[in-house]
Design a protein around this ligand. Structure first.
Ligand code: AQP
Length: 331
């Protein structure tokens, strides 16, 4: 809670080109909170360096992610838009919360297990303590609600546990946050391996549909999507590829699964895949157009970052002074 408004916080890593998974699972939902909540949307560059990044690309993607936030409907006057590393309190609180997070808890995080398997050469301590930094991001702003995809549910639960633990030791300090996880599009899967999450860092570009892909590229990728040999558009267990395409089509057209099944009854997967590609490309066309306009104005994006960091710092300081006092640091 901040003032008389409940607070929303969420973030996206600038660790690659953003995917329709990031869009449908998270960013698309952000703007619905802008009017009634105090909203903080952050480009979490400190999280991104838990995996090795090319510095110039990280910098470029930080601008791009901010521009995409705005292209997806986030007005900088109604939302605090900022870059995580511009507000050092995230790192400060992250360290403090590390001391209230158990090794065993972090060891159970499935994202750590997945990412360590993918980055066997670089299983660094930051990858391990990623969830504590995420808890700091959220708790720093006394967040009530966190819109995220279902893959972040485990981290969010840990953030709640850390907040409750801290509050129990030192009396009420942090708001205990709730998740806002969309039920209909919670997890968009890879087009090439539909039992795995679609991820921006996937090395196979055909497995991933990026928000900024051209219409032709989107259609080409959907045409290649892995399905099954049944050739029947039907939502059913075991039909992971088709289920995923139906979820994406539903997200962009609003049609129910029954309506989709009726629309494609008796037709092959070819027609269906083309329709999904077109719906996705047409749905994202306004975002792409607005993004092109915004990304061309670097000075404007920098002014948004600067104002956002100042605003976020104001709220972060309030929490930090409370935390420092409670744990016994000399002011
Ligand atoms: N496939 C997905 N379906 C639904 N939601 C998704 N999200 C990510 N992928 C999907 C949601 O997007 C938000 C931002 O994610 P992130 O950048 O913080 O990190 P992530 O979850 O690790 O996303 P990626 O794309 O898989 O990034 P990399 O490849 O760098 O690890 C989150 O709310 C997430 O739930």
């Amino acid at each position: 809670m901040n003032g008389d408004k409940k607070t929303v916080f969420s973030g996206v890593q600038p660790s690659g080109n953003l995917t329709i998974g990031n869009y449908l699972g998270a960013i698309k939902n952000f703007s619905r909170f802008s009017e009634e909540y105090k909203t903080f949307y952050c480009v979490v560059d400190m999280h991104a360096i838990t995996v090795r990044q090319v510095p110039a690309e990280l910098r470029r993607r930080t601008y791009e992610t901010l521009a995409l936030y705005m292209a997806c409907g986030l007005d900088e006057k109604k939302n605090t838009l900022f870059v995580q590393s511009h507000v050092p309190a995230h790192a400060e609180l992250g360290w403090i919360l590390d001391c209230y997070t158990m090794f065993g808890e972090l060891s159970r995080m499935t994202q750590f297990k997945d990412k360590s398997a993918k980055n066997a050469q670089n299983i660094n301590a930051g990858l391990f303590t990623y969830p504590t930094l995420m808890a700091a991001d959220i708790l720093l702003y006394q967040t009530d609600l966190v819109p995220v995809g279902i893959d972040q549910k485990q981290h969010l639960e840990l953030a709640r546990d850390i907040a409750m633990r801290f509050n129990q030791i030192y009396s009420d300090t942090f708001t205990v946050p709730e998740g806002y996880i969309p039920t209909d599009t919670m997890k968009i899967m890879s087009l090439a391996a539909p039992t795995q999450k679609m991820s921006k860092s996937d090395e196979n570009a055909n497995a991933v549909v990026y928000i900024l892909d051209s219409k032709d590229d989107m259609i080409r990728k959907f045409k290649k999507a892995v399905t099954d040999s049944e050739a029947e558009v039907r939502y059913a267990p075991g039909k992971d590829g088709v289920n995923n395409l139906m979820t994406i089509y539903h997200a962009f057209t609003g049609k129910t699964f029954e309506e989709i099944e009726r629309e494609f009854a008796g037709k092959g997967y070819g027609d269906f895949k083309l329709a999904v590609g077109e719906a996705c490309a047409d749905g994202l066309a306004p975002v792409r157009a607005e993004y092109e306009r915004l990304i061309a104005d670097k000075a404007f994006l920098e002014s948004v970052m600067k104002n956002g960091a100042e605003e976020a710092t104001y709220y972060a300081r309030k929490t930090m002074s409370k935390v420092r006092r409670k744990i016994g640091f000399v002011n």
